[in-house]
Every structure is written in C-alpha cells, then in structure tokens.
Design a protein around this ligand. Structure first.
Ligand code: HPA
Length: 231
C-alpha cells in the first residue's frame, strides 16, 4: 500500500504502461491482457495487472499533468519496484510534419514546469528516454508514420503565453503534459522510461482526429508499447 496506490506487494509488474486516462487503462487491460486483476481504485485512478504473451504487464492511469504523473510514478518506482515504464497518450502537433494520427516517440522532453529545476538546484536537466526502449519502439513501429525527437511537457493545456513560437523554432514535435516528469524520475531512480504518443490534434491548424480514427490509432500505439515492453 502506498498513499495513492492500494496494491499489495507483488501485485504490480516491474513493467508498466502509463496512460493518462484511467478508463483507457481499463480498456487496455480488457482488450490486450488476460488473467487481469485490478489492484487500484483509489481516486478512480485504475490500475491493472495481467498477462501479455506470457509476461506479466501492469497498466496504471496517471491523470493529466506533471504533478499527477509524478505522484504515481514516484510511488511505482519507490514502493512497487517498477523498473520499466512506458507512457502512452496523446499530444498536440506543432510542426507542419506532425500530422494527425502520427506516432511521436519522445527522445527527450522540454518543459515550462519548475519541477526539474527544483529537483536539481536550478540546473536545466535534459531528461531523456531510455535508448534500449526507444530503439525497440522504433522497430516495433516500423512502417507507421512516426517522428522521433523532442516534445514539450507543458503545465498549461490552455496556454496563452508566447512559448509556442520558440518551441516550434527549436524543432519541438508536439505538446503534451507528462513525459518530462516521467523521464526525470526515471533518471533519479535509475529506471527505464519511454513516452509514445499519438497526435490527436494540431495546435496551429486546430485540426482534430476524427472519431473513427481514434480507436484504430489507439490500438496501433498500444501494440507498439506492448511489443516494446515485452521485448
Ligand atoms: N497540449 C497539451 N497536451 C496535449 C495537447 C495539446 O495541445 N493535445 C493532446 N495533449
């Protein structure tokens, strides 16, 4: 038992997928895993463990934003011995080339949050993906429309600051709200992490993914993540 996760010792796998939406965690467990147990309902932030190709895999909702994912990942790393964590989620494209439905695999994640600076006495940490996972995900996604590079994990979804132009100028692929926190906690606790996202909307063109494309692209992303983590 930890503060926000009610699992008993041993109920969570060392390998975990981390969607933001707890109902997506449930959907992933129902759709892709067998012999599933639900280990957490605290705050409706559902967590499940099941079997995928003979391996135990867990899937835990994290909520939105750096503070929320930080709570769950900290407890998973420090109290449940999670070694490998893959965030799966959506992001908003900001470059011309990041099109709706594309996969974005985050090599690193900038942020306007103060969390990393507070953690490192003011240094601009460059939190990065685990290379082994990154390379496996790129192989698993071969043939799909994908981008590998930097994302920005922003504190505000409805951001009215002028940071967007700078991020575009510096080649940032997309905006989301969690990867930087996940990567810096992985660095702190010497664990492996990766974030794989689907472009669900475009921040500049305001294009959004049509409803009929949502499930297909979600399935594609989960399959890439499962192949990566089970490899
Ligand atoms: N901004 C931040 N996070 C997001 C977005 C966005 O535009 N789209 C999906 N997640």
């Amino acid at each position: 038992m930890s503060t926000h996760i009610a699992a008993k010792a041993g109920e969570i796998s060392e390998k975990i997928l981390l969607p933001g939406d707890p109902l997506r965690a449930k959907w992933i467990a129902d759709t892709f895993l067998t012999d599933v147990i639900q280990y957490n309902t605290v705050r409706n932030m559902f967590g499940y463990t099941g079997s995928y190709n003979g391996q135990r895999i867990s899937v835990q909702g994290t909520g939105m934003g750096l503070p929320s994912i930080s709570i769950y990942v900290h407890e998973l790393f420090t109290e449940y011995n999670v070694q490998t964590a893959i965030r799966i989620g959506t992001c908003g494209g900001i470059l011309e080339k990041t099109k709706i439905g594309d996969l974005v695999i985050a090599m690193t994640a900038s942020t306007d949050s103060n969390i990393n600076r507070r953690a490192t006495n003011g240094l601009d940490l460059s939190p990065s993906a685990n290379y082994d996972l990154l390379q496996k995900a790129v192989s698993a996604a071969a043939g799909k429309s994908m981008h590998v590079g930097s994302v920005a994990s922003m504190d505000q979804f409805y951001d009215s600051t002028d940071s967007l132009q700078k991020l575009i100028q510096y080649g940032t692929l997309a905006l989301e709200m969690e990867a930087s926190a996940l990567y810096s906690l992985a660095a702190k606790f010497n664990r492996k992490a990766l974030a794989i996202m689907t472009v669900s909307d475009h921040v500049i063109t305001h294009e959004a993914m049509p409803a009929d494309q949502r499930e297909r692209s979600l399935v594609d992303m989960v399959e890439v993540a499962l192949k990566t983590i089970a490899n």
